[in-house]
Write a new protein. Structure first.
Length: 173
């Protein structure tokens, strides 16, 4: 599937452009939400890190970016605590990084982040899902590029992989 996606340049471009389009639409729709005085009060997002690998660390760096910090405060917590706070309506949602997430991604195995949201809230869970989905989309594109390069006999230096990680972070924020 990844090879087919890599050959479909228009599909690949669409996957890269979609998060930008979504951000633009949200920016226009909610106008002042991204201004210096946000319409949406800053809220807490639980982060359940069961992986503690390199990709989990990259996600943490993204979530702690100053632009995203204007919208929400990422807070590390255990899974049970996150469920409890969401159930009580005190937490809009949580991003769950499953165990072996980094290892599975680097091994090319299927894996995904989990998003737990309070069904009683509308906009905040949408923001959480958009940020998480942007991270995953950029991660998949990077994984595809690396896989394609390796299949073509090219070698990828560690600093190039790190640069791709930094590019993911900058594109999301």
């Amino acid at each position: 599937d990844l090879r087919i996606a890599a050959r479909d340049r228009s599909g690949l471009l669409l996957q890269l452009a979609m998060p930008l389009v979504l951000i633009t639409v949200l920016g226009v729709a909610f106008g002042g939400a991204f201004a210096s005085r946000p319409v949406i009060p800053r809220f807490e997002v639980g982060v359940v890190d069961q992986d503690t690998g390199q990709l989990a660390e990259t996600l943490w760096q993204i979530l702690q970016d100053s632009q995203l910090q204007e919208l929400f405060l990422p807070t590390a917590m255990e899974a049970d605590r996150a469920r409890e706070l969401i159930k009580e309506g005190e937490l809009a949602g949580a991003i769950v990084i499953p165990a072996n997430f980094t290892t599975d991604v680097f091994a090319g195995k299927p894996t995904s982040l989990q998003i737990w949201c309070d069904p009683g809230q509308e906009l905040r869970p949408m923001i959480i899902q958009t940020v998480a989905q942007s991270y995953v989309d950029n991660l998949l594109v990077t994984q595809l590029v690396v896989s394609e390069a390796l299949e073509n006999g090219q070698t990828i230096a560690q600093h190039e992989i790190e640069a791709l990680g930094q590019q993911i972070a900058s594109e999301i924020t």
